[in-house]
Design a protein around this ligand. Structure first.
Ligand code: 5AD
Ligand code: SF4
Length: 452
């Protein structure tokens, strides 16, 4: 008997950058699976390799070109039998440059065009030369999500918003991800239900500007993120909700209030502030002052005293003086962060700040070191404060060593316990016994099994 199934082909996906890219990589895999592609975990010998790229800082972009160099050698070793697709923000921003600098690439696809991947692959098979699709189509890419997505696990990510209209002076996102767009609430709720049916207990809502969410509600009106979070909290079996990444100017009253009265919303918020200097915040086009950030933090702590904060910082933005940097250090000292990411300003082509006189590298290095030392100390203090306390942990899978289970705390810290039985998908009470720089260790006090 002859089979009409598509011939099996292998696919390897390499993902750089943010959670949004991780989510997109999974969606692309979902799209290609019905075409007969099976995922393999190394690029060697693969029929197709997708390099899903990040353009946020210079280093991220350099990584793409060095990785492409390695893929080229592999492709040559396979007599050319490897289709290479570059996707993500480097594809969007540098499509033409990529086609010139890396002509062995078959496909260049921007984030707005992933749903066309199957046709683009067919076109690349027919054609010599690079197929490029970096259009910003008028229709929403959310309309084209495959509905047979592979399960992500106990912690699942769900994209609800794309793009950014904020145009911070340093940032390429508005250029690579396009204008803000929100996915209708009904589709989000349906996907969340499916994720929970597949074993998700925690869902993190994703968007470049997720708290600017304003999706069409099932009632025809517009839903805010807070409204959506209340609706999602009603899904039985879903225990935890998070959302990332947010902008201070979109921390509306209803969203702050939700942190107080939506018990499934976790007491942890990633809220990038970038700088503590009003002058630099102005130069960055952030459209708020440092005190407004302070007030948001205060309001959040008033409704949810155990809320932990995380943030992003940039040092050495054009115009940043010692005084401006000192203001950032002050803001960090006053606020106290559980976690934070900090970067040296990296000029991105086409963004306003790239055209300004730049701060010397050595100055940026020194400021980054100083800031990171403070942030590291705050993170260590936050972790250490949990030692001796009991706290709920959502178990996500086995630990690295035999006999261990791993999970995460309310505040996103990885937690490891010595426990033989499979706890995956359950929440247990754990007494924290040790704090490491980036994780915690503990002992199970009680297993509060969640009904499967
Ligand atoms: N240089 C340095 N850091 C940047 N970020 C965004 N653009 C740049 C840049 N040009 C940082 C910001 C943002 C995080 C995702 O990356 O802090 O919040
Ligand atoms: Fe970039 Fe600013 Fe938009 Fe965040 S809010 S994605 S930093 S432009």
């Amino acid at each position: 008997m002859t089979s009409s199934a598509k011939s099996p082909r292998t696919l390897h996906v390499i993902t750089h950058g943010c959670q949004m890219n991780v989510y997109d990589s999974a969606r692309m895999t979902d799209l290609l699976r019905p075409l007969g592609y099976r995922v393999v975990n190394a690029p060697e010998g693969a029929d197709m390799v997708i390099l899903n790229t990040c353009h946020i800082r210079e280093r991220a972009e350099e990584k793409v070109f060095s990785q492409l160099g390695r893929l080229r050698k592999m492709k040559e070793g396979q007599g050319g039998a490897m289709m290479i697709a570059v996707t993500g923000c480097v594809a969007q921003a540098e499509g033409e440059v990529l086609a010139r600098r890396a002509p062995f690439v078959d496909l260049v696809v921007g984030p707005q065009a992933y749903h066309r991947l199957p046709e683009l692959i067919a076109a690349a098979h027919r054609r010599q030369g690079v197929v490029i699709d970096t259009d910003f189509p008028a229709e929403q890419k959310f309309d084209h999500l495959p509905d047979d997505a592979a399960p992500q696990g106990v912690v699942s990510f769900l994209s609800i918003q794309e793009g950014c209209d904020k145009f911070c002076s340093f940032c390429v996102v508005p250029y690579t991800r396009g204008a803000e767009a929100s996915r209708p609430a009904a589709g989000v709720i349906a996907e969340a239900r499916r994720m929970v049916a597949q074993g998700a207990r925690e869902i993190a809502l994703l968007g470049q500007n997720v708290n600017a969410y304003h999706g069409e509600g099932p009632d025809g009106g517009e839903w805010s993120l807070a409204r959506l979070l209340y609706a999602l909290a009603e899904i039985e079996g879903l225990e935890r909700l998070r959302y990332t990444t947010s902008h201070p100017n979109e921390m509306t009253e209803d969203l702050i209030a939700a942190h107080g009265d939506n018990p499934k919303l976790m007491p942890f918020l990633h809220l990038p502030v970038q700088s503590g200097s009003d002058k630099i915040l102005g130069a960055m086009n952030r459209k708020h002052k440092a005190d407004e950030f302070r007030r948001i933090v205060e309001a959040l702590r008033a409704v949810r005293p155990d809320i932990a904060l995380s943030s992003d910082f940039i040092v050495g933005h054009p115009g940043e003086t010692e005084e401006d940097f000192a203001a950032t250090m002050r803001l960090v000292e006053e606020t106290g962060f559980a976690l934070a990411y900090s970067f040296k300003y990296s000029p991105r082509p086409g963004t306003p700040a790239a055209a300004l006189p730049q701060i010397e590298e050595a100055v940026k290095d020194a400021r980054l070191q100083q800031l990171q030392a403070l942030l590291r100390a705050q993170q260590a203090a936050f972790n250490a404060a949990l030692v001796g306390r009991e706290t709920p942990v959502l178990f996500t899978g086995p630990g690295r060593h035999a006999g261990q289970s791993a999970g995460r705390s309310l505040w996103l810290q990885p937690v490891v316990v010595e426990h033989q039985a499979n706890l995956t998908g359950t929440i247990g009470r754990v007494k924290i016994t040790r704090a490491n720089p980036n994780s915690l260790a503990g002992q199970i006090v009680s297993k509060e099994q969640i009904a499967a």
